[in-house]
Write a protein that binds this ligand. Sequence first.
Ligand code: CA
Length: 353
Amino acid sequence: MPYKRNQLRSMFFAAVIGFAVLMPGMINKSYAATEPFNLGWLELLREEAVQKGVKPGTVGRLLPNTLQPLESVERQSQSQPEKRATLEDYLSKRVTPHRIAKGRQMMNDNASLLGRMERQHHVPPQLIMSIWAMETSYGSNMGDVNVIRALVTVARSRPEYRREVIEALHMIDEGYTQIETMPGSWAGAFGQTQFIPSSFRRLAIDGDGDGRKDIWTNLADIFASTANHLKLSGWKEGEPWGKRVILPPGFNRDHLTDLKKERVERSKTLQEWAQLGVRLPGGGALPLDYNKPVTLIAPNYNPQTDREVQGPVYVVYDNFWTILDYNSSYKYSLAVNMLADAIGRPQVMRQPE
Ligand SMILES: [Ca+2]
């Protein structure tokens, strides 16, 4: 399951710094999995929800004093696959021959619907297939926890999640009761392409014209909402996302972008990177196929602990960063883009029959 959107690292650190200034006692709180909610904290959350326009009856019913934290959520939030796994391990479990074959089949089965989405939203079908595969294995695994309880449990240690709880309650007032009745991920994401409540309310759309946004069971709504999310996050049709590169000996590792907030100051044009000795694997010249500033990332490398740059290095373009709106992990974005490429290019990636 993804570590959704809440982990945009720069935003997270900005929030941590903000809290460090404002209320030093509240930084990085962690809780024993079975520790009950503090009733005063729950009361403040209820008050905030009512203040922000949620019906008091909804608030009282969904956030009662008897609400219990979800043990599994507290455990999972402290153990992210995006953080732990090497890029190679992460990709090997996600960009698989099975997922590629299934993506092609799904793309074929839904060709006319996806064609309409592509014309309307300018997002390629293979990218929608890839997000669908990454999030729920094409709808086969939407998670197994109660979304509201999951959100409240996460909000206890991450104050920015209070907003998601309140957006979820708004969804119930709007009649989207699936958020209560359908299970979701430990991070409070739901539906076949795993939106969190704020994304659902802002970015999900009605794809089949029945007036409802059903991202749990309706493929037109699922594809349209995912395409709309990607488009409004800035996906640029026809642009590449980036490519693998190699660095010359002695390359200054301060050129690598570790945190998203470093991106702008560390970006250079492909021509400038080429002049600094960045080349294609195998030594070929870096193709100058993009004219905006681009960034170098090394997902296995931790500048705080590693003396040398570890693992593969990529030069990444704007479309790479767009996917981080969906899930803020670099590894996630690489996997989504590589899987989409593989689904969309049968001649290169053809699997044995
Ligand atoms: Ca609909």
